[in-house]
Design a protein around this ligand. Structure first.
Ligand code: TXA
Ligand code: MG
Length: 331
């Protein structure tokens, strides 16, 4: 799954011309535009149907680009970059005055990330070489607003189709859920969105487990809206003990379920669709969005997700599931 020389060239030309390019990252696919070009960034919001006050993450080719976009970067933020970049971590930093409001949602901060996917990095390097100063790619997840983030190029085509002139295919995303977001703009680093880089990973750098602050009054982080990452089919989370009774009751009512679980079906001949996910949080995160998407396609009446264990290592996927349940069935 490596784009050709011609694909990269076309991607850079499109970005320079203010057009959109979908690109793979190690977390989820992004819908990219030249972050220094407000007209190009506006196309992202139009394609996604996303409210314009939602800030976007700017993807950079490397650490050396950070100070073009951010100022007053604290030592602890540099340490986080050194440790986790390129990788699934986004830092919220005080923005440089020139950074367009279109990218920041009018806030005085900007979200920055150097992604770990080789195709994203190659594109970012080529874009930086072609553009010179202020080269960054603004990219939210390449899904329609509120829906499940895409983890393959085919998912992007399904979500946005004609709205994107080019989708670079980098294969399935290794992580499968969106980056961890840490706000380093106001003193103590605070987690705004949990992700693959967990509180325990962060503790190793910060010297303590950071606070998690996932709900805001204002939509500073769109992932912090209750309904997000949602399938079109209604979704219920049911505990393992109640699962068999719940499914039997559904069957008596004549309803079909698609079950997503890290465990085998509790009895043979289960009439419902069953998607077995890995029983570890990293494997589970990797497969979750594709499983939700498959269940949407399966035409079941209800998606039933078996409740997750409560350990901190499950925080990120539990967060996505809670929001998926809140927004499901609202197509
Ligand atoms: O893994 C990811 O982060 C993916 C890939 C493509 O990099 N991107 C992604 O973008 O998830 P998006 O737009 O779907 O989510 C980015 C989140 C949003 O919830 C946005 O509100 C938040 O980052 N964000 C961006 N800039 C911010 C800022 N200045 N202050 C607070 N939140 C910010
Ligand atoms: Mg998103």
């Amino acid at each position: 799954m490596t784009p050709s020389e011609a694909d990269y060239q076309r991607a850079v030309d499109l970005l320079l011309a203010g057009e959109l390019v979908a690109l793979p990252t190690e977390t989820v696919y992004g819908l990219g535009a030249d972050a220094a070009n407000p007209a190009a960034v506006a196309k992202i919001f139009a394609a996604k149907g996303r409210p314009a006050d939602h800030p976007l993450i700017v993807h950079l080719a490397g650490h050396d680009a950070v100070e073009a976009w951010a100022e007053q970067v604290q030592a602890i933020a540099w340490e986080l970059m050194e440790t986790f970049w390129p990788g699934p971590l986004t830092l919220i930093l005080k923005k440089q005055a020139w950074v367009p409001d279109a990218v920041t949602g009018g806030q005085d901060t900007v979200g920055l990330r150097v992604p770990g996917h080789p195709v994203a990095l190659e594109l970012l390097r080529r874009f930086a070489a072609a553009k010179g100063a202020h080269a960054g790619i603004a990219a939210p997840s390449a899904n329609r607003f509120g829906r499940i983030s895409p983890t393959t190029a085919a998912h992007v085509a399904e979500e946005l189709g004609e709205a994107v002139p080019l989708i670079l295919d980098g294969g399935p995303c290794a992580v499968g859920i969106e980056s961890t977001i840490i706000d380093c703009s106001r003193g103590e680093p605070v987690v705004l969105r949990p992700g693959h880089i967990s509180p325990l990973h962060l503790e190793a750098v910060l010297g303590r487990v950071p606070a998690i602050e996932t709900s805001h009054g204002a939509p500073r982080v769109s992932g912090s809206l209750e309904a997000h990452y949602a399938p079109t089919t209604p979704l219920r989370v049911v505990t393992g003990e109640r699962l068999l009774d719940f499914l039997n009751a559904q069957r008596h009512r004549g309803g079909t379920c698609g079950v997503i679980s890290p465990n085998q079906p509790p009895q043979a001949g289960m009439p419902h669709a069953w998607r077995l996910l890995p029983a570890d949080p990293v494997g589970y995160a990797h497969d979750l969005y594709a499983a939700l998407r498959d269940m949407d396609h399966a035409g079941v009446d209800l998606i039933v997700v078996e409740a997750l264990p409560s350990g901190t290592e499950w925080t990120a996927v539990a967060d996505r599931l809670r929001r998926a349940a809140a927004g499901a069935g609202q197509a």
